[in-house]
Ligand binder design. Structure first.
Ligand SMILES: NC(=O)N[C@@H](CC(=O)O)C(=O)O
Ligand SMILES: [Zn+2]
Ligand SMILES: [Zn+2]
Length: 431
């Protein structure tokens, strides 16, 4: 049984499309794109997309699903449902679970569970070092053979530059990108928010830009020397934006970067009180950082937007920012936040949103999704960009409620998510 999506405004970055058209999906693939397509057979489902944006399913390079070990925060099932509700059809799950995903059997554990419990594409990244302890390399080759799309030490940096270089050398040999969390742990110390007057106002220890910038610089140098594909995770500073610009001007193409919605929309000035919903790593920075990151996305030397969906339980987020866990959820808010705060305000076009959230992340992983083209995977979402609504954390499919965006009025609501040609999410209030 196929699905005909009729009369939507199709946005595609690979083909530079912005046109009202029909799509016909069957056998998990986009079969036809055009005007006035006819149903192929009587059993086909027809969706009226009049007035809606039709775009590729989002590819999120950076999420935490917490299985194994911390299923009270999130599971592969709840994380995948949150993804579907947010219009996300492919995710890369980070290996900082308990135990850490650092060997092929653990990769297969997540893959098997995802095959049973998830309706989206869950790709598990492998850790660079055993237990993310930064002491000895993990079985990178074995995990590559098991099908990891990337390596990552997310949650920390490999502080030993020699070991990090060795991991990059093997990653390059295995043709795996390194998704790089840049944080000098000694420089960070016990910091829990940006090191500025707001930290002083709240009497909290700070995290300076150098904490990110020194490791970003080091790892860019190592990537140039090893030829590894390096992707900088959750960039938060103007320094990182500046380095990405310099690389682009120098014609160096093996380094890419992502930014998360919160680092594009909030600054430390927005932290009202010692509230752990504003605690994430890296922290909310200054206006000039936000502007530099926005400029990088607009100009193209920063390629991707990811969520760093980091669900935590209420208990883990209790109390002061000093002691609460780092991280906020993002899967169910990223599209409307980026649409409302970057597209409606004229920073990005809708085509650029699709490029940063769908096409470029797919390219970084070497996948053929993230685009609406004949013969490509039928991962498609339908989005209402007309009617404002309020973000309501109590409606999240995620177990996590840790967001600073609860109650925000936004546009860009996902009404349908299709993955492999099947409807896996439909907004309940929508008839
Ligand atoms: N971003 C965060 O604040 N937290 C992440 C770890 C990480 O992405 O570094 C987590 O696992 O909770
Ligand atoms: Zn990280
Ligand atoms: Zn992360």
């Amino acid at each position: 049984m196929g699905v005909l999506i009729r009369g939507g405004r199709v946005i595609d970055a690979a083909t530079n499309t912005d046109k009202v058209m029909d799509l016909y999906l069957d056998d998990g693939v986009i079969q036809e794109i055009g005007e006035n397509l006819q149903k192929a057979d009587a059993g086909d489902r027809v969706i009226d997309a009049d007035g809606l944006v039709v775009m590729p399913g989002i590819v999120d390079l950076h999420v935490h699903f917490r299985d194994p070990g911390q299923e009270y925060k999130e599971t592969i099932e709840t994380g995948s449902r949150a993804a579907a509700r947010g219009g996300v059809t492919t995710v890369v799950t980070m290996p900082n679970t308990t135990p850490v995903i650092d060997e092929p059997d653990r990769v297969r554990y997540v893959q098997n569970k995802a095959a049973q419990l998830s309706q989206i594409h869950v790709l598990q990244a492998g850790a660079m070092t055993r237990g993310e302890q930064g002491k000895e390399l993990s079985d990178i080759k074995g995990m590559a053979d098991a099908g990891v799309p990337a390596l990552s030490e997310d949650g920390k940096s490999v502080m030993d530059a020699k070991l990090c270089k060795e991991a990059m050398t093997i990653a390059a040999r295995c043709d795996l990108p390194v998704l790089d969390h840049c944080e000098d742990i000694d420089l960070r110390g016990n910091g829990c928010m940006n090191d500025d007057e707001n930290a002083r106002r709240l009497r909290l220890p700070g995290i300076s830009n150098a904490v990110e910038d020194v490791i970003a610089a080091r790892d860019i140098i190592l990537a140039c020397e090893t030829g590894a594909r390096l992707h900088l995770c959750h960039c938060s500073t103007k320094g990182t934006a500046f380095m990405m610009k310099a690389l682009s001007e120098a014609g160096i193409t093996n380094v890419t970067a992502e930014v998360c919605p919160h680092h594009l929309i909030l600054t430390s000035d927005d932290i009202p009180s010692d509230d752990s919903n504003y605690k994430m790593n890296p922290p909310l920075r200054k206006k000039e950082d936000v502007e530099a990151l926005r400029e990088g996305l607009k100009e193209g030397y920063i390629q991707a937007i990811s969520t760093d969906h980091a669900p935590h339980s209420q208990e883990d987020k209790n109390g002061s920012m000093r002691s609460a866990a780092f991280g906020i959820v993002g899967l169910e808010t990223s599209l409307p936040l980026i649409y409302t705060h970057l597209v409606e305000t004229g920073v990005l076009t809708l085509g650029q949103l699709v490029e940063k959230m769908c096409l470029n992340p797919a390219k970084i992983l070497g996948l053929d999704c993230g685009t609406i083209q004949k013969g490509h995977p039928a991962d498609v979402i339908l989005v209402d960009i007309e009617h404002p609504y309020k973000i309501d954390k109590n409606k999240f499919a995620s177990k996590g409620r840790n967001t600073p965006f609860d109650g925000w009025e936004v546009k860009g609501r996902v009404l349908y998510t299709l993955c492999d040609g099947k409807i896996i999410y439909q907004e309940e209030d929508h008839d």
